[in-house]
Design a binder for this molecule. Structure first.
Ligand code: SAM
Length: 319
């Protein structure tokens, strides 16, 4: 291969990335992977899914090329990755977050407009896919995160913007009295997720954590993946509100995607900031130092950070 072509391939990898992503999102929309737990021909898949044969065959071949299916003669089947993550009902199922990504796709198509206006381009939203998608992601890390936080001495915990309740479930299982605070439309989903998990001792508070009362008397407030959708001013306000809601000696733990001070890496986080640019008025990823400053500014002490898989935990004590 010529050197110039080799060099240009780096660029192609980035601009052409949408094609693999689109094929995967469409395959997930059609729940193709649910039907490929055993080898099947394209014809049998197209009959089961009621899709056009040529289109189905081309998509199945592309999925195989990407490495998400295996092809043996004319039969296709899941790989270890798709079996584990994209077959409905599997414990680490990720299909809902892909459905959420599919709606984000529509909003990301407005990025040119956002560049001009600086305003969000939030045309599409599927709340159930969003919240269940949060459950998909959190299920991959909840045990490690709650273990790292440690619940020694925690009788009462608030899961602020707790979403589907994945972290609430783990804290409740470990004996804490948990209150999950979120918007009414999210609480409805959280009730379903927590009851499916067989957890009964979680209280639900519904409202807006900026404008409404979040309760008080907590030993721990966990604020996971909520600050990135807010502006700096709103975050300081919410953190101060949390400080006032904690018992003396209580802890606030923030979980956010980790981003370095210069905001360029990890690349996933830099791109996630673009997601917040497109979908929120004032959100982006914040560096651990920025969050630590807010905690100190609002009167918290003993501020610490800990890097996890793709996130950072920033913890502080209300004295
Ligand atoms: C990205 S999800 C994070 C869910 C969960 N904490 C986690 O880490 O998996 C953000 C959550 O915050 C909730 N949320 C956002 N703004 C809110 C507000 N102003 N008041 C209450 N809940 C809010 C959303 O409904 C959603 O459940």
């Amino acid at each position: 291969m010529s050197a110039i072509f080799e060099e240009a391939k780096e660029l192609m990898k980035v601009w052409g990335g949408f094609r693999a992503s689109r094929v995967l999102l469409t395959a997930n929309n059609y729940r193709i992977f649910d039907h490929l737990t055993k080898p099947q021909t394209a014809k049998s898949i197209s009959e089961k899914l009621n899709t056009e044969l040529r289109a189905t065959e081309i998509i199945l071949d592309a999925l195989t090329g990407i490495g998400l299916l295996k092809k043996n003669k004319d039969k296709y089947s899941n790989t270890a990755i798709t079996s584990k993550f994209l077959v409905s009902g599997e414990p680490f199922y990720q299909g809902d977050i892909l459905r959420h990504a599919d709606t984000l796709w529509q909003n990301w198509s407005g990025l040119d407009d956002v560049m001009e206006t600086g305003k969000p381009y939030r045309k599409a939203h599927n709340h159930e896919a969003f919240i269940l998608g949060m459950h998909n992601i959190a299920s991959l890390k909840v045990k490690n995160v709650i273990k790292e936080i440690g619940l020694k001495g925690v009788k009462t915990a608030l899961d602020l913007g707790g979403g589907p309740g994945t972290y609430s479930i783990e804290m409740a299982k470990r004996g804490a009295d948990v209150t999950l605070f979120d918007r009414p439309e999210t609480v409805e989903i959280a009730r379903r997720v927590t009851s499916k998990a067989g957890i009964k001792n979680i209280d639900f508070l519904q409202g807006d954590f900026i404008h409404d009362d979040i309760g008080k008397g907590y030993d721990l407030i966990f604020a996971s993946q909520i600050l990135h959708s807010l502006s700096e001013k709103e975050n300081i306000y919410v953190i101060k509100k949390c400080k006032d809601a904690l018992n003396k000696g209580g802890r606030m733990v923030i979980q956010e995607f980790h981003i370095l001070k210069d905001r360029t890496h990890p690349v996933h986080s830099a791109l996630f900031s673009v997601n917040m640019l497109i979908n929120t008025e004032g959100g982006r990823c914040y560096s651990p130092d920025e969050m630590k400053n807010w905690l100190l500014k609002t009167g918290f002490k003993k501020v610490e950070e800990k890097l996890m898989d793709d996130s950072v935990l920033v913890q502080a004590v209300a004295l």
